[in-house]
Design a protein around this ligand. Sequence first.
Ligand code: ATR
Length: 273
Amino acid sequence: MITASTSLYCVLGNPVGHSLSPLIHNGALEENKINAVYLAFEPENIEEAMVSIRSMGIRGASITIPFKTSIIPYLDWVDPMAQVIGAVNTVVNKKGRLMGYNTDSQAATAPLLAHGIQDKTICIVGAGGAARAVAHGILKQGGDLIITNRSKDKGLDLADHVSGRFIPMEEIDTIEADVVINTTSVGMAPEIESLSFPAQALRPGMIVMDVVYTPLETKLLTTAREKGCITIDGLAMFLAQASAQFELWTGITPNPKTMRNSVLSTPVVKENI
Ligand code: ATR
């Protein structure tokens, strides 16, 4: 029941209309009997939004495109990992002190940990914000990184930051890796036939992970499965970053099955499975 003491959490993004975060966080709040609600806001200006968070005592926020970097100057403290990545996706309001974290990087490595990352060669396709978070998460675990990207300058820049090797997209067929992670939007609905990594470079036993989760099984994952690779869908990372946010706000680890089921029951994901 919503009362005068109900707390508020939110997601700040623009556009934010298709965000699945309200669904999963409200489900977890309800399941854990926490007197709070989670809403989506679409501010024009992140500085003004942060003033509102402070003045209205909003307890925490998920930060999404396009504010992950521009929010940083308006925070009181930024976690060292988020500083290195240069992006914040979670704000915790600790008694008026706004603290910024990045749960994307640990989320990217969480589904891979069971397979072991240390001493493996990991190829990241893409060099944008998602790639940065994934690359730093892998680096922390001791993996050897290859970056490939459509635009050379961005790819080289990321490779430089994470002490990885850059291989141009034109030479993607030559890449020999134990793990491939697609961090680009290639393969996302409606362009579901697009392949972010060539079939001929996929070998049995490789681990192939996609951050795209609409469709849940992208062309990359179908192709990889047919080639005998181990596949990890994009929902794994999406849910892991949300779960880590929930933990930062409440100290409680949410039930992963409930979170996954709430996403799978939404029309946008269901239609694309
Ligand atoms: P995000 O924060 O979601 O990672 P981003 O910072 O805009 O988004 O980065 C998108 C990444 O996907 C980039 O690496 C981009 O390549 P460029 O650096 O060349 O722009 C990559 N990308 C997007 N669309 C692509 C496409 N059709 N083919 C190949 N790479 C693509």
